[in-house]
Design a protein around this ligand. Structure first.
Ligand SMILES: Cc1ncc(COP(=O)(O)O)c(C=O)c1O
Length: 392
């Protein structure tokens, strides 16, 4: 095996949110607790990225930096090579991660009190960012259809009152890993256009797609709506470098781009030099080979975990098309969510992301991060099997 995703690494004591906050957030003290919540990975990033960090450390000078043409060219290459998406390097603005980018989009294009549309269940920070900025969340539930989610745009339309300004769209969807079809993406873009919404397509999970599925960027599916579309991407999830706090807003439209440049200028934001070097190294043929190996590893994790979950009566793990975030429904157990959570925490001693936090539709779910070593996934599956053994 050329790349190692299986050597267990102890991240405790490294300021790792997922592991060092277990006691504070979940009351889970002790070395046996498992962190399977926030969306980063427990294995090291690609060797080409690590090599870049080593070179920088050997050089030893970490002063101010500016102008990053190689970084921009690497992003353009990656989008073309991995996603068949032709972008211009002028379209790329760098943010301090995508949480920051989402907040910037909300405050740039919606005024206090105005509406921001989201389709739930969805990444919990969408609603949190909107609320924190004093804008109004307009939550439009997705519909359960077969073993996945579907859009109900007529229902969404009926929820708008006319003062909405932004649509925060998640593609692939976190949670559920749903990959939207080009037809669905066009329908969303038309919906946004019809309602005068700036369409912000958060595509951070676009690289971790399982064989047999094809991710299509919003801008590829719906190029006619480019004048009002902003795409958010990052190497953070793909390469496990989220701690470097760097993401991108890809904005083809000059007016929207000028708006966003103004927002970033007001904050005096510029990216960290080491992060830029790491991402430049990641978006390369060597990086791509590592990502392919990672997807194969995650596919194995997912198979082991889903088999164990689906063997518990009343429990069902949604088949993932992408992402390392299992989305597991406990509604068939008939148990209250508090009891499900208690069993995760007290009996299995596993910290996961509770479904209700993802909004309407998440009430009976738990989101479980599988981006870890196989041994940990097997351990988690066995603990959960035991925690729900009374249902057998
Ligand atoms: C859909 C989505 N957008 C944004 C983020 C946050 O990105 P960042 O860590 O760069 O702020 C996440 C993190 O889990 C995410 O899943």
């Amino acid at each position: 095996m050329e790349f190692d995703f299986d050597t267990v690494i102890d991240r405790r004591g490294t300021h790792a949110s997922k592991w060092d906050k277990l006691e504070r957030l979940y009351g889970l003290a002790g070395d046996d607790a498992l962190g399977m919540w926030t969306a980063d990975s427990d294995y090291p990033t690609a060797p080409c990225v690590i090599e870049t960090v080593r070179r920088a450390a050997d050089h030893g000078v970490f002063g101010y930096s500016w102008d990053h043409p190689a970084y921009l060219a690497a992003i353009r290459w990656w989008m073309q090579f991995r996603h068949d998406w032709e972008i211009d390097t002028d379209w790329i603005l760098t943010s301090q991660g995508l949480g920051h980018a989402i907040a910037c989009c909300v405050t740039t294009w919606a005024k206090p009190g105005e509406g921001v549309v989201i389709f739930s269940p969805v990444y919990h920070e969408f609603a949190l960012k909107v609320n924190k900025a004093g804008r109004r969340v307009v939550e439009c539930p997705l519909v359960r259809e077969g073993d996945s989610y579907a859009l109900d745009l007529d229902d969404a339309q009926s929820r708008l009152r006319g003062d909405e300004k932004v649509l925060l769209w998640c593609s692939p969807q976190n949670p559920s890993g749903r990959i939207w079809t080009p037809q669905e993406l066009c329908a969303v873009a038309e919906f946004a256009e019809r309602n005068g919404l700036i369409l912000v397509s958060d595509e951070v999970h676009h690289d971790l797609v399982y064989p047999g599925n094809r991710f299509v960027p919003m801008d590829v599916a719906a190029p006619d709506f480019r004048h009002s579309t902003v795409t958010l991407t990052a190497a953070s999830k793909t390469f496990n470098i989220a701690g470097q706090r760097t993401g991108n807003m890809i904005i083809p439209d000059t007016t929207l781009r000028a708006d966003m440049k103004q927002t970033l200028r007001k904050m005096d934001y510029s990216p960290g030099a080491l992060a830029i070097d790491m991402i430049t190294a990641a978006y390369s043929p060597d990086g791509a080979r590592w990502v392919d190996a990672q997807i194969a590893h995650l596919e194995g994790n997912r198979a082991v975990f889903d088999a164990a979950m689906n063997a518990i009566p009343g429990v069902w793990s949604m088949p993932l098309q992408s992402t390392y975030l299992a989305w597991v429904d406990f509604s068939g157990t008939g148990m209250a969510h508090d009891e499900i959570e208690r069993r995760f925490r007290e009996e299995a001693r596993i910290a996961v992301s509770p479904g209700p936090g993802f909004g309407a539709g998440g009430e009976t779910f738990q989101r479980i991060n599988l981006a870890t070593q196989r041994a940990r996934v097997i351990d988690a599956a066995e603990r959960l099997t035991r925690a729900f053994s009374d249902l057998q």
